[in-house]
Write a new protein. Structure first.
Length: 61
């Protein structure tokens, strides 16, 4: 889910999803469901430095 949100926001589409909060939820899930596989790479790679979500970029204009 995080990878999809990141991709859409990077493309300029506002998702209304807080990507940092979504990554935090993943950490919570991993801690409480250790044997459940979770897919996606944004949580492991983290959000790139300087990344501005589409919703924040539009609000700044």
């Amino acid at each position: 889910m995080g990878d999809l949100v990141f991709m859409l926001e990077a493309m300029g589409m506002r998702t209304g999803v807080d990507l940092d909060a979504l990554v935090g939820i993943r950490e919570l899930l991993t801690a409480n469901l250790p044997d459940e596989p979770l897919h996606g790479m944004i949580a492991k790679a983290s959000v790139p430095k300087g990344f501005v979500p589409a919703s924040a970029a539009l609000a700044a204009e």
